[in-house]
Design a protein around this ligand. Structure first.
Ligand code: NDP
Length: 246
């Protein structure tokens, strides 16, 4: 089944590279107008060219997710232009450092929390009123297996992704009487800059390309998604539900 997103408006954060870039491209190919967010203008412009090349359209919004007023402004600008939002992919994230938890510098911990958690909450706050105006609102929050593994040395990132999942499930519960569906996605190890930072010795060629993850995320952004509050994992190009322990 192909996901038809014609006429839909989609916000994708972290759209300048990696999973966000290819998810934005995939959504545009399916017909959505993509509001592409990140700091790196060059990456966003490259995405814009790629979207135009497939006959799609995008609005580029370069800003730093630690700028909470900019996140609020995004909601206002979308309201002014379209009056609603259909899809939010909260994908942007940072790894921080791999380090014993007691050795992590305060500014590093705070940055991971600001980008991965506080900005995600602020996006929810800014965009929820627009997503609930859509007859088919979809919110996808990017998580990680680190949220559950809590492996040694991954403290800030693991804590931040556990918080992202908690936000997703809370929001899903609060909005379940509306058409809005909220899910988290663990993309699995993917060939991106973040993965290379986490595992510098790994051969990237052994990892799935972010376009494969994007293709697996696409159906969650359309009518095919009926459940809310679920956590999905992408493994071997397939999307599977991950059952949280009771
Ligand atoms: P990348 O590092 O390749 O890309 C991260 C994106 O986030 C970039 O577009 C970057 O844009 C954006 N970003 C980072 N900081 C900020 C900021 N302060 N303000 C605005 N945008 C920001 O990461 P991936 O594509 O690998 O990861 C995407 C998501 O998937 C993340 O949430 C990650 O935690 C998750 N994930 C990834 C895995 C993997 O193996 N790759 C595994 C599990 C989860 P810019 O720098 O231009 O601002």
């Amino acid at each position: 089944m192909t996901t038809d997103l014609k006429g839909r408006i989609a916000v994708v954060t972290g759209a300048s590279r990696g999973i966000g870039y290819f998810t934005a491209l995939e959504l545009a190919k399916a017909g959505a107008h993509v509001v592409a967010c990140a700091r790196t203008v060059g990456g966003l412009e490259e995405l814009d060219d790629a979207i135009k090349a497939v006959g799609g359209s995008a609005t580029l919004v370069p800003f730093d997710l630690t700028d909470m007023k900019a996140i609020d402004g995004l909601g206002g600008a979308i309201y002014e232009r379209w009056g609603k939002l259909d899809i939010m992919v909260a994908n942007a994230g940072v790894l921080g450092v791999i380090s014993p938890i007691g050795h992590v510098e305060a500014k590093v911990f705070e940055k991971v929390m600001a980008v991965n958690v506080t900005a995600t909450w602020r996006l929810i706050r800014s965009l929820d009123p627009l997503l609930t105006r859509s007859d088919q609102g979809r919110a996808i929050l990017l998580s990680s297996s680190a949220a559950h593994k809590c492996a040694p040395f991954w403290g800030p990132y693991s804590a931040s992704k556990a918080a992202v999942e908690a936000l997703a499930r809370t929001w899903a519960g609060e909005s379940q009487r509306t058409p809005l569906r909220v899910v988290s996605v663990d993309p699995g190890g993917t060939r991106t800059a973040m993965r290379a930072q986490a595992f510098p010795g790994e051969d990237p060629a052994t990892l799935p390309h972010p376009s494969e993850v994007a293709a697996a995320i696409l159906p969650l952004c359309g009518p095919e998604l009926t459940e809310t509050g679920r956590l999905y994992v992408v493994r071997e190009k397939k999307l599977k539900e991950y059952r949280l322990p009771e």
